[in-house]
Design a protein. Structure first.
Length: 192
């Protein structure tokens, strides 16, 4: 797994490294990554995935997926006022509450997001759990999630969910926490 800041050269991303806004992260063909965005919000990246870590206008984190697959497992709540975003080529997807979400961005295909638990907002429209959204240009369709949509990357992330204070897609209630600014990310790597 590699990263780069601005126009610098790609560098190996070491476990425990800190990322800053604007940094790009790329996994190779045989690697996956786990990134802690907030103390109770994790991002996992599949192999051959590239993202840009950014900031929303309200100061919260934004994850732009350029290619590949990424999952956000979060126990942030609406009460905390922290909204994180997944950004696909076709849309900005707000994640305003705890849940389990996956975004796939494949070259020459439509992007899709799976809402396994929680809810998302796209252009102000709320889409609840157990649905997937397939983008077709600036429009999108909403469909139920099918069991066959799961793959080894998703199973790998689901096995890790106890570390994220999540149980499968049934979320645990956590004690009230204060919002933590996501100015830096902690990273980990897992090679399969």
């Amino acid at each position: 797994m590699v990263y780069r800041s601005g126009e610098s050269e790609w560098q190996l991303l070491q476990e425990g490294a800190e990322l800053k806004y604007g940094d790009r992260v790329k996994t190779g063909p045989d690697s996956r990554a786990e990134i802690r965005v907030y103390p109770t919000c994790y991002l996992t990246l599949a192999d051959d995935t590239e993202i840009i870590y950014g900031v929303r206008t309200d100061g919260a984190a934004s994850i732009r997926v350029l290619s590949g697959s990424a999952i956000i497992a979060s126990s942030l709540t609406r009460k905390e006022g922290t909204v994180i975003s997944f950004v696909a080529p076709e849309a900005d997807i707000e994640i305003p509450e705890e849940g389990f979400y996956r975004l796939n961005v494949k070259p020459h295909r439509e992007s899709e997001i799976f809402v396994y638990a929680g809810a998302i907002r796209i252009a102000g429209r709320e889409i609840k759990q157990d649905h997937r959204v397939i983008f077709q240009g600036e429009e999108y369709g909403i469909w139920p999630i099918r069991r066959m949509d799961m793959d080894p990357f998703e199973l790998w992330t689901r096995k890790r969910t106890p570390r994220y204070d999540l149980r499968s897609v049934q979320l645990l209630q956590l004690p009230e926490q204060t919002r933590t600014e996501p100015s830096e990310l902690e990273c980990g790597t897992s090679i399969r």
